[in-house]
Design a protein around this ligand. Structure first.
Ligand code: NAD
Length: 335
């Protein structure tokens, strides 16, 4: 039976990497009925709607999406459609595995990095509740709730249980935001107490950033509120070779939307050199979610083979191949 999947290409490099990922998924032999829907800065400007209803309708039908990045204007304009989608579908858990790939030259290539980031995805400073109290004085509300904090903590501990991960590090700034981050931390401790076989520790976010650079191999599962999760994800991506290779999943009770950590990369859009690995690895997560474990394994192994050979890599990871050449090599490696 074919799986129905909503395909959102997005902006900038989105269409390039989404098409590459689609080709790679189709080459695994798994049957997918792709339902392409348009969602981009241009569509939002034209329709005046930040999240058109047809996107929600499609995801309600399919329950699974593969999504390219959508650009958000900086310091003005419409609110982030990525955040709106996560909130609207209650995609409360953002899961980002960060792993070294063979053949990628990085400052940390002698170190085995294998961590999974769990970022709360619906609240915190992403509440979008900002206002100008008087001219030149602005407040921005950070919202932390017990419900959302317990939910992400339980999700992370359940995952650690299921896959045999040993340690969870909660990351916070509760020394300063005693109430908001204090609540997040209390919820993490409460859930940790129900899982005594998993080692649990806490780090203040500034210290955690330093430790991640100094000793990345000591991290296993990271558990963070929304904003720290966003920043630490890019930091962690930098440890393993950059945003071109780190995948992600936005998980809710009913829906799952898979997307790379990276944005629309306007600096390289249209040049044919974007690295589609992050989207392909997001597709691997999607195939696992669809219980297509053999296909997921085939795609993962093919990507690793191409990296190990170092022959068809894109410029961001030290090669000179374009998006299509890399994709062709991954598909050839599956034959
Ligand atoms: P970015 O992630 O788009 O790019 C950061 C840097 O990484 C750039 O130099 C870019 O060329 C490089 N890069 C990213 N992905 C790459 C890939 N696949 N291959 C090779 N190089 C890659 O971050 P930014 O420039 O800060 O943001 C650009 C836009 O993307 C903004 O409008 C932002 O709001 C949006 N954004 C969207 C999402 C999302 O849709 N989930 C996530 C992050 C940023």
């Amino acid at each position: 039976m074919a799986h129905s999947v909503t395909l959102i290409q997005g902006d900038g490099i989105g269409p390039e990497v989404a098409s590459a990922a689609r080709r790679a998924v189709d080459a695994t032999g798994v049957k997918i009925d792709w339902e392409p829907v348009e969602l981009s800065g241009e569509v939002i400007r034209k329709t005046g709607q930040s999240l058109p209803q047809y996107v929600i309708d499609s995801l309600d039908r399919t329950a699974v999406g593969l999504k390219g990045p959508v650009a958000t204007p900086v310091g003005e304009g419409f609110a982030s459609v990525n955040v709106a989608l996560r909130k609207r579908l209650d995609l409360f858990a953002n899961v980002r595995p960060v792993r070294s790939l063979p053949g990628v030259v990085t400052r940390f290539q002698d170190v085995k990095i294998d961590m999974v980031i769990f970022r709360e995805n619906t609240e915190d400073l992403y509440s979008g509740l900002e206002h100008e109290v008087v001219k030149d004085v602005v407040t921005s509300l950070k919202v932390i709730t017990r419900t959302a904090s317990i939910r992400i903590a339980e999700y992370a501990f359940k995952f650690a249980d299921e896959v045999g991960r040993k340690k969870i590090t909660a990351i916070h700034k509760a020394n300063i935001m005693k109430l908001a981050d204090g609540l997040f931390l209390r919820c993490c401790r409460e859930v940790a107490a129900r899982h005594p076989h998993i080692q649990y520790n806490e780090l203040i976010v500034d210290n955690a950033s330093m430790q991640l650079v100094m000793r990345p191999q000591t991290f296993d599962v990271l558990l963070l509120p929304n904003l720290y999760g966003d920043i630490v994800s890019d930091l962690a991506a930098g440890l393993v070779g950059g945003l071109g290779i780190v995948p992600g999943a936005n998980m809710g009770e009913k829906h799952a939307v898979f997307e790379a950590v990276h944005g629309s990369a306007p600096d390289i859009a249209g040049k044919g050199i974007a690295n589609p690995t992050a989207m392909m690895l997001s597709s691997v997560l999607m195939l696992i979610h669809l219980k297509e474990h053999a296909a997921a394994g085939r795609l993962q192994t093919a990507i690793e083979k191409v990296y190990a050979s170092q022959n068809h890599l894109t410029p961001d990871v030290g090669g000179s191949a374009g998006t299509t050449e890399f994709t062709d090599a991954v598909i050839a490696a599956m034959q």
